[in-house]
Every structure is written in structure tokens, then in C-alpha cells.
Design a protein around this ligand. Structure first.
Ligand SMILES: Cc1cc2nc3c(=O)[nH]c(=O)nc-3n(C[C@H](O)[C@H](O)[C@H](O)COP(=O)(O)OP(=O)(O)OC[C@H]3O[C@@H](n4cnc5c(N)ncnc54)[C@H](O)[C@@H]3O)c2cc1C
Length: 391
């Protein structure tokens, strides 16, 4: 029923991906040694300088065509890159949305002018995108979006409110899902995507702080913001189709099961060379689960290779939902195992990495089962595939 056409025995990484892994590992080790960043768990941090360095190496938008600043490398190489960034808890917030979602969306739906303007800048690590989908009252039920765009000479006037907009206070622009035809009969019709620059007149960004005080996401108010015609992405009224194809990309990668991986490594280190039988069993189970999730995620990355349109097919969307649902619960189980097996106090400012990681993950991991689609919504998608549409 799921992963029907995947031959899991063929999921071997090619030599180019293995070479890249060594290169990325050496780079990250040198960056940490030089104090360029301190690994933190919870939410990946926004570090424009780090992102620029990745851009210089051709490590952002690496699968994109060269004419748009990409490297035309394989999705498996991108997969390896993502794994290494997560394993080192590197600060990737500045480029992750652009690299994973808005870049591929622009490639698929954007105009030539948009591609030439934004993609090379994202790939250089100099242009940062945020995602303006959720609104108060329109999260899981995204089709309830009320932000509206009204026709104005040469473009649109956009009015409304977005919420939970990660890194809107640092990003250059965001994709705004809005209603361009208020009278469309079906709620999924009449929605469009516009690129709105975050320093445009009429845009106000206000922080929403996490319980640990960190500023990661925001509410964004749009008050009759002028958006020129050339910032419409794709076709008017096709916003729903476009935005849901982005979600499949958001749900399937290692970001959905590896955000607590460095804690797992610290746990194994803390258990030492001779863990007791209970610890061996728990670590063994978690390692096996990790391997299974990784194969599932890798199978999706393989299906994304040029020639396969799977990233945007509804079928792969369900597989992606499966990876995210299983992956985010797996991440929590690593925290539970750390608390059960090691006598360690979670302390946010500890010099001991294990204690600090534990504190950082306990505070932040609950968000994993909400962002990018809640557990209940993902399971509904999966159930519908198994049982067929509701009568
Ligand atoms: C860390 C983080 C970062 C985020 N970043 C962004 C961002 O950059 N851009 C952006 O646009 N959004 C972002 N979001 C928002 C995120 O996409 C929404 O929070 C999510 O879609 C859930 O919507 P909601 O918060 O409105 O909750 P609701 O949709 O109100 O859900 C509340 C509860 O009701 C349940 N529920 C809702 N509908 C159903 C149903 N039909 N059947 C069963 N149960 C249901 C949900 O599962 C959940 O438990 C972010 C969220 C988090 C936590």
C-alpha cells in the first residue's frame, strides 16, 4: 500500500554522495573548532554568515539547474548534506525554507524573471524566504485562509494576518497564500501565492516568543500592501495545488526524524562501552527504527530524482506524511530514552553537552508534531489512502 514501487535493496548511496559526506563533515568540524557556531538542538538557528559559506561551496539549491545558480547534483547528495547538517546541529534556518520549499516551488511554478531574480540569490545564501500560510483560524484547515488580495493598477493590494511565520523578522520575503477570488464556490479555488517582501510598506512583523524566550516565529500583519503583478507565483487561483505540493517536500526529509539525533549520540556516549541489558535493548530498538525511517525518507529522495515527478504526486504526499508522523514521535522517544537511561539533569546553560541538549529538546520538541501538519491531520491523510475518501 505504501512505498509500493520501491526496491529498498537498491537504496545505496552513490560514490559522489559518500565523497560529499566526508567533505561536509570536515567543513562542519572545522567550523565548530573555529567557533563559527555552537551546535544547539531545538530549533535550527538563523546564521546568515554560515548560510553564505554554504552558498559559496554550492551547497544550497544543489539540485537546481546551473542557469539558476544550482549545481545539478543529485537529490541523494542533497539528502546527505541535510543529514550531516542535522547530525552536527548546524544553524540552517536562513536557507532551509528557500532550499527545500520556495526554491523548488519557484522552479516548478515561477516565471523566468522570478527564477533568475530569486534562485541564484537563494543559492548564494544571500536571500532568505519565509512561509506565509497559517492564519488565526486557518492552520490545519488551511483552505480557510482569509488574507485577501484585491486588484490594483499594476498589481494587488494585500490585507490580512499571518501567524507562526518562522523567521519573518530576518527573511527577505515570504510566500503568501491569499484569496484572490472571494466568490470562488469551492474553498480550494480562488487562492493564489504572492511573493511579498517583508520590508514593503504596510508589513508589520511582531514576535511570538517560545516558552524559553527564543524568538523564532512571528505574526505578520499586511495592511493594503502593494504587490506588483510580477510577484504572482504560478497561476491565479492555483495557490492550493501549489502550496500542497510544497508540503510534501516539507514532510519527507531527515529534518523530520533527526532533530534529536545528536542527543541520541550523546546518550550512547554517556552510557559508555558496557551499557546494561535494558540500555542495550532500548538503544538497539532506537537505532533500528532510525534505520527504517532513513530508508523511507531515502526512498522519497530517490523518487525525486529528475524524471520522476513524485515530489508533487499525491501518492508520495502520503508517504511523506507517514515519514513525518513516525519521525516526529521517534524524536520524542530519544528524549524519553535519555531521561530513563541516564542520570542527567536537563540544564539549558550547562557546559555538559548532553545536559544542554536534553534541556533544549525537552522545551522544543513538542512543536515537531504541529508544524508542517499536525499528527491528527497526517493520520487522516494516511487513513484516507488506506480506506478511500470519506463517504
Ligand atoms: C515551530 C513552528 C513553526 C511554524 N512555522 C510556520 C511557518 O513558517 N509558516 C506558516 O505558515 N505556519 C507555520 N507554523 C504553523 C503550523 O503549520 C500550524 O501550527 C499547524 O498547521 C496547525 O495549525 P493550528 O496551529 O492553527 O492548529 P489547529 O489547526 O487549530 O489544530 C489544533 C488541534 O486540532 C486538531 N485538528 C485540527 N483539525 C482537525 C481535523 N480535521 N481532524 C482532527 N483533528 C484536527 C489538530 O491536530 C490540533 O491538535 C509553524 C508551527 C510551529 C509549531
Amino acid at each position: 500500500m505504501f512505498f509500493e514501487n520501491v526496491d529498498f535493496s537498491t537504496l545505496e548511496l552513490p560514490p559522489a554522495a559518500l565523497r560529499l559526506r566526508e567533505e561536509v563533515r570536515a567543513f562542519l568540524k572545522a567550523e565548530i573548532a573555529a567557533g563559527a557556531f555552537t551546535p544547539h538542538l531545538g530549533h535550527t538557528e538563523f546564521n546568515a554568515e554560515f548560510t553564505r559559506k554554504l552558498g559559496e561551496r554550492g551547497w544550497i539549491g544543489m539540485t537546481w539547474p546551473k542557469r539558476y545558480g544550482g549545481q545539478e547534483r543529485s537529490y541523494l547528495e542533497r539528502f546527505v548534506m541535510t543529514e550531516e547538517m542535522l547530525a552536527a546541529a548546524a544553524p540552517c534556518a536562513a536557507h532551509w525554507f528557500g532550499d527545500r520549499q520556495t526554491g523548488p516551488s519557484l522552479l516548478k511554478y515561477g516565471s523566468e524573471a522570478q527564477k533568475l531574480r530569486f534562485l541564484p540569490a537563494i543559492a548564494r545564501g544571500e536571500c532568505y524566504f519565509a512561509l506565509g500560510m497559517s492564519e488565526p483560524g486557518a492552520g490545519s484547515d488551511l483552505a480557510s485562509v482569509r488574507t485577501r488580495a484585491e486588484r490594483a493598477p499594476g498589481g494587488w493590494r494585500v490585507t490580512g494576518q499571518k501567524v507562526w511565520t518562522s523567521w519573518a523578522h530576518k527573511a527577505s520575503a515570504f510566500f503568501v497564500l491569499c484569496r484572490t477570488s472571494p466568490d470562488a464556490g469551492n474553498r480550494h479555488d480562488g487562492l493564489s501565492q504572492l511573493i511579498v517582501e517583508l520590508d514593503a510598506p504596510g508589513v508589520t512583523v511582531r514576535p511570538i516568543r517560545f516558552m524559553n524566550g527564543h524568538h523564532h516565529f512571528n505574526e505578520v500583519f499586511l495592511d493594503s500592501v502593494f504587490v506588483p503583478d510580477e510577484m504572482l507565483v504560478g497561476e491565479i487561483g492555483q495557490g492550493w495545488k501549489q502550496v500542497t505540493s510544497e508540503l510534501a517536500l516539507e514532510r519527507s526529509g531527515p529534518e523530520r526524524y533527526m532533530t534529536t539525533f545528536p542527543l541520541f549520540v550523546e546518550l550512547i556516549r554517556a552510557l559508555g562501552p558496557a551499557p546494561d541489558a535494558r540500555a542495550q535493548e532500548m538503544v538497539g530498538r532506537l537505532a533500528a527504527r532510525f534505520w527504517t525511517l532513513r530508508r523511507m525518507s531515502l526512498a522519497i529522495a530517490l523518487a525525486l530524482e529528475p524524471g520522476a515527478d513524485a515530489g508533487h504526486s499525491p501518492d508520495l504526499g502520503t508517504e511523506a506524511a507517514l515519514v513525518k508522523d513516525m519521525g516526529t514521535f521517534y524524536e520524542r522517544e530519544i528524549i524519553d530514552a535519555a531521561r530513563l537511561l541516564a542520570a542527567v539533569e536537563p540544564t539549558p546553560d550547562a557546559t555538559n553537552t548532553f545536559e544542554r541538549y536534553l534541556a533544549e529538546t525537552i522545551v522544543c520538541t513538542p512543536v515537531a508534531t504541529i508544524r508542517g501538519g499536525t499528527t491528527e491531520v497526517l493520520r487522516t491523510l494516511i487513513a484516507r489512502r488506506l480506506l478511500g475518501p470519506l463517504k
